[in-house]
Design a protein around this ligand. Structure first.
Ligand code: ADP
Ligand code: MG
Length: 697
């Protein structure tokens, strides 16, 4: 199989890779042959040169060669075999905790050895513990490698040798048949940035020349690494451009009819005055909806800035033009809250609003689906259950996605096809409270137009935030007692490890029990994701109606909880969460007339970085600033909070390390888009081919 398609074949196509190995490779994201090329080493070992022993220092990993001076078994500390070797410049001990009698006889004084290992401080100066070693005849024989040795990320069941061999096979294949791997970056770009050609770049990262500096390979300044990161970022940007370009061919529902009839009374019916920012964004939406192409707009606005009513306005435009609306929220809690609000807002206009989540089953579900399909339901609110095949709209004109950062980019793009009739596609409005730094927005949202609500409703007071150690838990509990005695309400948020929902819920249950014991005068309710829907609703309602004083919850309340009388929030272990998520959680308080407080109760000891991060939250209530600082404080490779930004996972690029590459990308993408559609298609396919079928989007 010598066609370019060979790289798309499963790894089992390679000789020597069976289904067991393939399963293990799958855990590393390696599925097709091409994935091996982009599975880069995490570090390298240098076995290309011998270091004089005198030049070694603790922490270096090095190849040395020398003669055995003496050998002994020392009982001091743990029993170990010590073998001192000397190369004329100095001596070093080799230490073996596990050894055999044979080793003792073979390593006799005078024997010439080559050793490779990490140098550390031992009892008697520098030593190497369990180095790799070989008995050699000449000092020259110590050097066996002409290139640096790659060390790959592994998973259980795979060895370095497995991966090295597999990668080598693919590299050999590409070298023998250069057509297999076409370089789609235009020559002038390679010249301009002094980037190596694709295969050369890949090859030099897997088997670097001995002359290259290890540092450059590791910190990303190596041109080979830069080139690949650049190509990947370019491909992501191109895929967004392509999505936008394709969207231009769709027609969209015309919402320009009959504006006066409902819109003005709708706005008049609100109990508050819209902010200037809300009005501005509404007019941007109205303008979009009169264009021939579908609206694709992102509303960015800090938590509490009032995005929901803007979405309701867009829904009203759709309704008056005789279309249905789908509103998707990331959690059932938020979907239910929207359902209540939209019901209240649309009741006077006799528009039927309905709710569809995974928990609505049986007859009610059947009826809901029927009413949607025959057009009697005008606004359908739900979780991602909305986009299942069984859900059929009668005349869908607008899709609204709330808290879009909770959904992946690919998910969002895939949703667009829903509701398509012929070449007519619904308008789309997506909302997020997590501000995306400009650089990220370029990769993620460049297919969307962006509106920003940069103003909070009047009368909002900033939340006063303190950072306190959990040693002061008792004080905090007393504070809740006083707080509740003053007829106010509070939240207690248990975070624990975010990935483990079960543990998080258990922690909340235990905390609720303990607080109930400690606070006999406080009415406490529990809310977490694994409770039955009816129990969740009951807890929420009781809190809203002030039949409950303290809500002990997991991070499920991050979105969609709006209880103005709750003005104190305690967040346990805030150091475990990303700043934007903490900011979003904190946004649950500060919604009423009272002064509001947020206590970040951390577990000691706090790392320097965590201290700095929590400090940012204490000092600022500005979501945009917090997001920028959050990114700055992350080190390369640290993708904390990726879920919050709905950020795509890169194979090679790193948002922090490679940020400087981004500025060059838009103009290059524009040029490529106009001049070389073939390259565009191949680049997208190479880097994102398995994620999404973009031709469907
Ligand atoms: P978010 O942008 O976080 O989604 P919401 O839409 O949930 O914010 O609005 C937060 C709260 O502010 C809600 O209770 C909403 O009714 C209220 N609100 C929205 N706009 C205004 C306004 N212009 N004046 C006063 N309150 C408002
Ligand atoms: Mg909201």
């Amino acid at each position: 199989m010598n066609t370019p398609d060979i790289l798309k074949q499963p790894v089992t196509t390679l000789p020597g890779i069976g289904s067991r190995t393939a399963e293990n490779m799958d855990k590393l994201g390696i599925r097709i042959i091409q994935d091996l090329l982009f599975h880069l080493p995490i570090r390298y070992e240098d076995k290309t040169r011998i270091y004089p022993i005198a030049t070694l220092s603790a922490g270096t990993t090095a190849l040395i060669s020398g003669r055995v001076e003496f050998i002994d078994v020392l009982p001091r500390g743990r029993k170990s075999l010590i073998c001192r070797i000397n190369d004329g410049s100095g001596s070093i001990d080799l230490r073996f905790f596990h050894f055999t009698a044979r080793q003792y006889t073979v390593l006799k004084p005078g024997t010439l050895l080559s050793c490779f290992g990490e140098v550390r401080f031992g009892y008697a100066g520098l030593e190497m513990v369990h180095p790799e070693y070989n008995i050699i005849q000449h000092a020259d024989a110590a050097v066996t490698e002409t290139h640096l040795t790659p060390v790959y990320p592994l998973t259980e069941g795979l060895s370095q040798t497995n991966i090295r061999k597999a990668v080598k096979q693919v590299l050999d294949l590409c070298l023998a048949q250069p057509k297999i791997l076409t370089d789609w970056l235009p020559e002038p770009i390679l010249i301009r940035f002094q980037y190596p050609a694709l295969l050369a770049a890949i090859q030099s990262l897997h088997t670097p020349e001995a002359t290259i500096t290890l540092e450059g390979l590791q910190n990303g300044s190596a041109s080979a690494l830069k080139r690949l990161a650049f190509e990947e970022l370019l491909a992501h940007h191109l895929s967004m451009k392509l999505a936008k370009h394709k969207a231009k061919a769709w027609r969209s529902p015309d919402f320009s009819t009959d504006h006066g009839r409902f819109i003005a009374p709708f706005i008049d019916s609100l109990t508050f005055t819209l902010t200037a920012a809300q009005l501005r964004v509404m007019s941007e939406i109205a303008l979009d909806c009169r264009q021939a192409n579908a609206m694709m707009r992102l509303i960015q606005g800090d938590v509490g800035s009032g995005k929901t009513i803007v979405a309701a306005y867009a829904a009203m435009l759709a309704l008056t033009a005789g279309y249905q609306v789908a509103l998707m929220a990331p959690t059932e809690l938020l979907a239910e809250q929207h359902y209540r609000n939209f019901n209240a807002w649309f009741k006077p206009f006799a528009a039927r609003v309905d709710l569809l989540t995974g928990q609505i089953k049986g007859l009610p579900r059947k009826e809901a689906l029927q009413a949607l399909a025959d057009g009697s339901t005008k606004i359908m609110i739900g979780t991602h259950a909305l986009f299942q095949d069984e859900v059929n709209f009668n005349r869908l004109g607008l899709i609204i996605i709330d808290e879009q950062h909770r959904f992946g980019v690919h998910q969002r793009l895939a949703l667009r096809a829903k509701g398509q009739q012929g070449d007519v596609r619904p308008h789309q409005l997506v909302m997020t409270a997590t501000p995306i730094p400009r650089t990220l927005a370029m990769l993620q949202y460049s297919d969307l137009d962006i509106s920003i609500i940069d103003e909070l409703p009047p009368g909002r007071k900033p939340v006063t935030t303190s950072v306190i150690p959990s040693a002061r838990r008792t004080d905090v509990i007393n504070r809740i007692d006083n707080w509740v005695a003053n007829k106010k309400q509070a939240y207690w948020v248990c975070t624990l490890i975010e990935e483990s929902e079960i543990l998080q819920c258990e922690a909340a249950e235990i905390t609720a029990e303990r607080l109930t014991a400690a606070l006999p005068n406080v009415r406490i309710a529990l809310l977490h994701g694994r409770m039955k829907n009816s129990d969740k609703e009951a807890a929420m309602l009781a809190f809203k109606n002030h039949h409950v004083d303290l809500l002990v919850a997991t991070t499920v309340i991050e979105v969609g909880v709006d209880v103005p009388n709750a003005s104190l929030m305690i967040i346990e272990n805030p150091e475990r969460l990303g700043l934007s998520q903490l900011h979003q959680l904190r946004g649950r308080v500060g919604r009423g007339v009272d002064d509001s407080y947020c206590l970040l109760m951390y577990q000691s000891p706090l790392s320097d970085n965590a201290r700095q991060r929590l400090g940012i939250l204490r000092d600022s209530n500005d979501g945009f600033l917090i997001a920028e600082k959050d990114l700055q404080l992350r080190g390369p490779g640290e993708m904390m909070g990726t879920r919050q930004t709905g950020m795509v996972n890169f194979k090679i690029a790193d948002m922090v390390r490679d940020a400087e590459l981004l500025d060059n990308i838009p103009p290059i993408a524009d040029a490529l888009f106009d001049d070389n559609p073939e390259a565009v298609a191949h680049l997208i396919d190479r880097w994102m081919g398995q994620n999404t079928n973009y031709s469907e989007v």
